[in-house]
Design a protein around this ligand. Structure first.
Ligand SMILES: [Zn+2]
Length: 304
């Protein structure tokens, strides 16, 4: 049974990344944390769920996203192997459980959770995913960000290291931050970008909008150069060229589907027209993923 569940999860993850509040059946014992050295005391950690970025200063550590709670001990061990310093800040790029599930476990050790204020609101209230109807339960006070911001950028510092968080309004969700470690030339994108060469979920029921996702990727391209290391929400370490490709896909999706929305087509009509047919071959590995993408983009425009 467990094996079956894991196989199903693997498929679901490949087809549909960043699903809101998804709590799939995973055999946690089998998950290993892989550490990738990005240079300048900055690291990417892969396990299960959203990728993690770690930046080590002289008196503490900044971590971006914490994956699922059952992995917290393994993640902490992987970070300890990099540095014995305390984790001072845990940044949440957005509220989805595969990025925030470990919040309580890191806060317990003294980390301050930092995020856009809408994450605090959504974690406290609980959420429902628009496409799947999957529910995420309200989270306890200890899981909520203690330091929040409303817009623009803020900078967090640990000895000699700076993380710049920038909010993008209504993108993957309505509480997204991306993080720029300028001294390491590293961007942590959160789920506004994936490097799976797959369509990305737009959580329209929780303020997501394809137009914001396009703006986020345009912002990444503005600061990235050929040697920038891009830590995606999901998938392996990426380069500027990967972002260029993903950005182009989102722009085409928006242009084609917005045209049909403006022509008064219903969602069912637009889905049936397969407006992304040529892209589906690469980006939508099955019909469900391809249709889901069309619906996500369609509903970005507020029509049901
Ligand atoms: Zn997500």
């Amino acid at each position: 049974m467990r094996k079956l569940a894991l196989a199903a999860m693997g498929l679901a993850a490949a087809f549909w990344t960043g699903a809101a509040g998804a709590q799939p059946l995973i055999d946690w014992d089998k998950i290993q944390i892989k550490t990738i050295d990005l240079g300048n005391k900055t690291y990417m950690l892969e396990g299960q769920g959203g990728n993690i970025t770690v930046a080590v200063g002289t008196d503490g550590i900044i971590v971006v996203d914490g994956q699922f709670a059952p992995l917290s001990d393994k993640i902490k061990a992987a970070i300890k192997a990099i540095s014995p310093l305390p984790i001072k800040y845990l940044i949440n790029t957005h509220f989805h459980g595969d990025h925030t599930g470990g919040n309580v476990n890191f806060a317990k050790d003294g980390a301050t959770i930092v995020a856009h204020d809408n994450i605090r609101v959504r974690l406290a209230a609980g959420t429902v995913a628009g496409l799947t109807g999957a529910k995420a339960a309200p989270q306890p006070a200890e899981a909520l960000p203690k330091q929040t911001y409303l817009g623009g950028s803020i900078v967090l510092e640990v000895g000699g290291r700076k993380a710049r968080l920038t909010h993008v309004a209504n993108a993957h969700t309505d509480g997204d931050s991306w993080v720029w470690f300028e001294d390491a030339n590293v961007i942590a994108t959160g789920d506004n970008f994936n490097n799976l060469k797959r369509y990305q979920n737009v959580d329209f029921a929780n303020g997501g909008d394809i137009r914001g996702m396009i703006r986020a990727n345009a912002a990444f391209l503005e600061i990235a150069n050929e040697s920038t290391k891009v830590v995606p929400g999901h998938g392996g370490l990426a380069t500027r060229a990967d972002v260029v490709e993903f950005h182009a896909m989102t722009v085409t999706s928006k242009e084609r589907i917005e045209k049909l929305v403006n022509a008064g087509k219903t969602e069912a009509e637009v889905v049936a027209m397969k407006p992304m047919k040529d892209y589906d071959v690469k980006w939508g590995p099955n019909e469900q993923a391809a249709e889901g993408h069309v619906k996500n983009v369609y509903r970005s425009f507020g029509r049901l």
